[in-house]
Every structure is written in C-alpha cells, then in structure tokens.
Design a protein around this ligand. Structure first.
Ligand code: NAD
Length: 229
C-alpha cells in the first residue's frame, strides 16, 4: 500500500487566521527573529520571548482548524497505507481537526519545557520566566519550541519515513527553513513522487513532479477527494 509523507507549513494555518512568516504587518515582522526565536535571545530577555509566545499561544488557541486540516485528518483515517503527517507549525490545528500522531518537528506552543531538567508539561495560556518547573522547581520554564540554532525534533523518524515514502506532499511551506526544505530532495532520492500544494509554488523549477496552486482550504480537500479510494 502506498506510503505518503506530508509536510505542512505556516500556509496551511493562514486561513485559520494564523500569520505566516512573511505576512505584511504580521506578528513575525514586528519582532527580530534573533530576539524571540533563539536560545541567545531567551537568555538576554526571557520576558520578551514569553510575551511573544504568549501572543502566539493566544492566537493559536482562539483559531479553529480549516478545511485543509480537516481534509488531512480524513486522509489519515481513510487511506489504506501509512500517512506520516509532519508539521513545522507549532499550533495544534491538525490535532483539533482530528489528526493523530502529528510529528511536530519545531515543537508545540501548547507545551512547556524546563531549560534546567528537560521536563515537559502542558503550557498554561500565559507563561512567565519565573514559572517553576513542576518536576525540579527551577524557574527556567520556556515554550517547548525548537529555536533557530537548535536541532528539530523527530529527525530520525522523519528520515525513515522519507526513505520509505512513495509520495511526498509539501503543503503551504516556503521551503526556506532547513532541514524541512531538504525533505523533497530526500524523498526524491528515495524514489518518491513529489507534489507541492501552495498559494505561491516554490521558486525552484523541477523540484516537485507536480504542483497544485491555490489556497490550502480549497486545494487540499480537492486533492484528498481525488486520491481517497
Ligand atoms: P513561511 O511563512 O516561510 O511560508 C508560508 C508559505 O505558505 C508560503 O510559501 C506561502 O506561499 C504559503 N501560503 C500562504 N497562504 C497560503 C494559503 N492560504 N494556502 C496555501 N499556502 C499558503 O512558513 P513556513 O514555510 O512554514 O516557514 C517555516 C517556519 O515558520 C517554521 O519554523 C514554522 O515553525 C514557522 N511558523 C509557524 C506558524 C504556525 O505554527 N502557524 C506560523 C508562522 C511561522
């Protein structure tokens, strides 16, 4: 049975009201990434970093999954082969649409991580630098997010899935942040067909065998309806 690996990015959550990196005037453009999305930034000003992620957590919790998240959940439930759903997104919209076993390679906004002992727990809606770790008590709570300069989660599992994939599908990602940007080449090298679904298809011609251009909320349900038996 065909094995599908899907990689989603900020574009799949755009129509749920969560901004992408490049949205004009969006949350990301008002902050310097080096200040809010690096371990060095967190060491310099943990309050600024918590404020940034508290705002992102509020946005994510108040958002609802859109038709693209729902279509992928239908695909996972109805596809006779394996579907590995990898996301760069830190929101939980795939899960709330009904997807199971979502591989969050960049962490999750709904989880907290102790910088002292690595314990993880469900994040409260608002986090602060002095929040004590429930396991060791250290006031070193951070969002469980993979920052620039840190190693993404689940890379071995993702590499195994790409190696065995028959079809690799990239949805709503600009393909500019590595290592995720390299997944299409890994899948191709392993013999998979490659498909991109994006509002603006990636600029490298020939990287994907096939491209479906359009908003995720229309393009993804259309593709899922086409392939579901
Ligand atoms: P990106 O902002 O670099 O690219 C977004 C992509 O989505 C673009 O290619 C754009 O053409 C496409 N897009 C925009 N609206 C779309 C729509 N309605 N339908 C389909 N495609 C659409 O985002 P990225 O590639 O995911 O960048 C990676 C980084 O951004 C990751 O580190 C990720 O954690 C972070 N990020 C995550 C969120 C989130 O969790 N919701 C939001 C912003 C950024």
């Amino acid at each position: 049975m065909e094995r599908i690996v899907i990689l989603t990015g900020a574009g799949i959550s755009a129509e749920s009201g969560l901004g992408t990196f490049r949205d004009k005037g969006g949350l990301w453009t008002r902050y310097d990434l080096g200040d809010v999305a690096t371990p060095e930034g967190f060491a310099r000003d943990p309050t600024l970093v918590h404020d940034f992620y508290n705002a992102r957590r509020a946005n994510a919790l108040d958002a609802t999954p859109n038709a693209a998240h729902q279509a992928l959940a239908r695909l996972q439930a109805g596809w006779p082969g394996a579907v590995t759903l990898v996301t760069q997104n830190i929101d939980d919209l795939h899960e709330r649409a009904g997807s199971r076993d979502v591989v969050h390679m960049h962490g999750e906004i709904t989880r907290a991580l102790c910088a002292a002992c690595d314990h993880r727990w469900p994040a409260p809606r608002v986090m602060a630098p002095a929040d004590p770790c429930p396991a060791c008590g250290a006031p070193r709570a951070r969002p469980d997010i993979v920052w620039f300069g840190e190693i993404p989660y689940h890379m071995e599992r993702i590499a195994n899935a790409l190696w065995r994939a028959d079809l690799f599908v990239s949805i709503g990602t600009s393909g500019e942040v590595y290592p995720a940007a390299g997944f299409v080449e890994e899948a191709k090298a392993a013999g998979a067909e490659t498909l991109e679904i994006n509002l603006e298809p990636s600029r490298v011609p020939g990287l994907f065998d096939r491209v479906i251009a359009g908003p995720a909320s229309r393009a993804v349900p259309g593709w899922v309806a086409d392939i579901l038996p």
